[in-house]
Design a protein around this ligand. Structure first.
Ligand code: HEC
Length: 159
């Protein structure tokens, strides 16, 4: 009788020890940790996958005005680096990249009035380049999804 309860208690203790050591959950957590490296590691996989395209677009199409640094030129071309205006509305940023913008805007306290013509032709490209911007130039500001920009209408291009 005494021996049996002793065995039961030690079995219980062993079970406790095993579960507190993590058992099956530990290796899964380690796997995620190994995968999560690189500058875009905390972003969803589909957003990470857009980054090479976004970088290519920025470097070929945007640097001439917004500069390699993303700082723009004061009162002429607005910054995309830590730009309060851009970060306030990511969907608007996608829409402006797609359809251009010709309004008066205040970005980080400076006024911009020049026109930006449409820069890309597809929502995929606009989303890719804005996601690149949101995670470079000192920005670490999340991302915008294709679903979020569904409502944007691509305006006919001036011929
Ligand atoms: C020929 C110059 C030029 C090029 C090239 C250009 N932009 Fe712009 N961009 C501007 C100007 C000028 C404005 C301000 C427009 C306004 O006042 O309505 C602007 C505004 C913006 C804004 C909103 C303001 C801000 O800084 O947050 C975003 C976002 C933006 N551009 C993204 C891009 C992206 C992305 C590209 C490349 C795909 C690009 N632009 C290429 C000139 C340019």
């Amino acid at each position: 009788m005494k021996k049996a309860s002793l065995i039961l208690i030690s079995l219980f203790a062993i079970t406790l020890m095993m579960s507190s050591c993590g058992g099956g959950s530990q290796p899964a957590a380690e796997q995620t940790a190994v995968k999560a490296t690189g500058p875009y590691a905390d972003l969803p996989a589909d957003i990470q996958a857009m980054m090479p395209r976004g970088e290519e677009l920025y470097k070929t199409k945007c640097t001439v005005c917004h500069q390699v640094t993303g700082l723009g030129i004061d009162n002429v071309f607005p910054p995309v680096s830590k730009a309060d205006y851009l970060l306030a509305d990511k969907v608007r940023a996608v829409a402006q990249t797609l359809n251009g913008s010709k309004i008066e805007m205040i970005v980080n306290g400076k006024k911009y009035t020049q026109e930006m013509v449409p820069q890309v032709d597809t929502k995929e490209d606009a989303v890719a380049v804005i996601n690149y911007v949101l995670n470079n130039f000192g920005n670490k500001d999340g991302f915008v999804t294709m679903a979020e920009v569904q409502g944007i209408e691509i305006k006919p291009r001036k011929k």
